[in-house]
Design a protein around this ligand. Structure first.
Ligand SMILES: *Cc1c(COP(=O)(O)O)cnc(C)c1O
Length: 383
């Protein structure tokens, strides 16, 4: 039972009156700069493929340790266009993870290729290199690892497998802006990396946006064409490309936010470390930190009675979300493909995973409030 202090309300009453939202998407201390950027674009009268995008592409490539960045409409398009630009399509298999936003696999299907699922590593929660190697067939064209929750996949081992089998790597970095793997920026091991700037991401626009980074000049050229209807010159279409561009308003907003991203990433790391220390003595399992370059897009924990745990935190005024409740191969959208590949680790993790609130505007006290609420969770009731 929660005690009552001599002079104040009970601890649980305070906790219940404090709502900690999962995140807030209303611009905070960057609001004035964002408005100024929007006004600048409106005044320019140039809304698509203009100077703001060119500047953002330069700045984002530099921040990501890549030679080129190509702005596109969404993270999903970034993956699909990259596969197309690499000549990967019908008849090709792309090995990816069952634990991700389903868009990862849907992008493979958009390119006309077939997603094949290799189970995840139970600690890292990213694709298991041994399972990848077991899934390679003569039709395998690429590996599409996801740097999930902000933690890079095991790129050195995946790179060794890719070399051994002559495969291309495309990195789904939609949750991993500025992340590094053994000191190397994500995206620098594979042929290219796909980023999303969906509003909830670590670098978020006020709408949809995405980008591909690469250091391959020929691949960058093909992507610049493919995102713009396959045009070489105005009204001259060499390939049957798509129309998937990052507009000037979003590019200008992203420039404002990119300048703040290193500080906000450092804040995410500090908050995650505080969670990790605080949660150590509670009944939840915190997945181990496997990479110092983790950027903590989300802060997942594993709990047996997830529904009970989430209801408990909800009563305490703390909002949680499940990322992700269903392994991708079990989604109805993929039913037309072969039987779900056996991914027992992903099956279990999808039953137990739950994301606690983590965003750079949380205070240390907010994290302590969440930790205290988790500590009041008794864990699964014993029979
Ligand atoms: C968000 C996300 C995507 C899709 O990005 P969109 O911009 O929403 O299309 C793909 N993969 C992962 C891992 C994501 O988190």
């Amino acid at each position: 039972m929660i005690g009552r202090t001599a002079s104040g309300p009970s601890v649980s009453a305070i906790a219940m009156s404090t709502t900690i939202p999962f995140m807030s998407l209303v611009p905070g201390d960057d609001a004035a700069d964002i408005r100024a950027a929007i006004d600048r674009v409106i005044a320019s009268g140039w809304f698509v493929l203009g100077p703001e995008l060119a500047a953002f592409e330069r700045e984002f490539a530099d921040a990501s340790g890549a030679a080129f960045a190509i702005g596109v409409g969404t993270g999903t398009d970034a993956i699909a266009l990259t596969l197309r630009a690499l000549g990967i399509g019908p008849g090709d298999e792309v090995i990816t993870t069952p634990l991700s936003a389903a868009y990862t696999a849907l992008a493979v299907m958009m390119a006309g290729a077939t997603p094949v699922f290799a189970d995840i590593d139970p600690d890292r929660l990213t694709i298991d290199p041994a399972a990848v190697e077991a899934a390679v067939t003569p039709r395998t064209a690429a590996i599409l690892p996801v740097h999930l929750y902000g933690q890079p996949a095991d790129m050195p081992r995946l790179a060794a497998i890719a070399t051994r089998h002559g495969l291309t790597i495309v990195e789904d970095s939609c949750q991993a802006h500025l992340a590094t793997c053994e000191g190397r920026p994500v995206g620098s091991v594979g042929a290219a990396a796909a980023f999303s700037f969906y509003p909830t991401k670590n670098l978020g626009a006020l709408g949809d946006a995405g980008a591909v980074t690469t250091s391959d000049a020929a691949l960058a050229d093909r992507l610049v064409r493919l995102r713009n209807g396959g045009q070489t010159d105005r009204y001259h279409h060499q390939d049957a490309g798509w129309n998937s561009r990052l507009d000037e308003l979003q590019a200008a907003i992203l420039r404002v936010r990119l300048a703040r991203l290193p500080a906000r990433t450092a804040r995410r790391r500090a908050l995650a470390a505080r969670y990790r220390a605080g949660l150590a003595s509670t009944s939840v399992t915190v997945p181990p930190l496997c990479e110092a370059g983790h950027v903590h897009h989300l802060f997942p924990v594993l709990v047996r009675d997830r529904a009970g745990f989430m209801a408990h935190l909800d009563r305490e005024g703390i909002r949680t979300i499940v990322h992700y409740p269903i392994p991708i191969p079990r989604q109805p959208a993929l039913e037309g493909l072969a039987v779900p590949d056996a991914c027992p680790v992903a099956d279990r993790v999808c039953q137990e995973i739950c994301s606690l609130p983590l965003h750079p505007d949380l205070t240390d006290a907010d994290v302590d409030t969440v930790v205290a609420a988790v500590a009041r969770w008794p864990g699964p009731v014993s029979p």
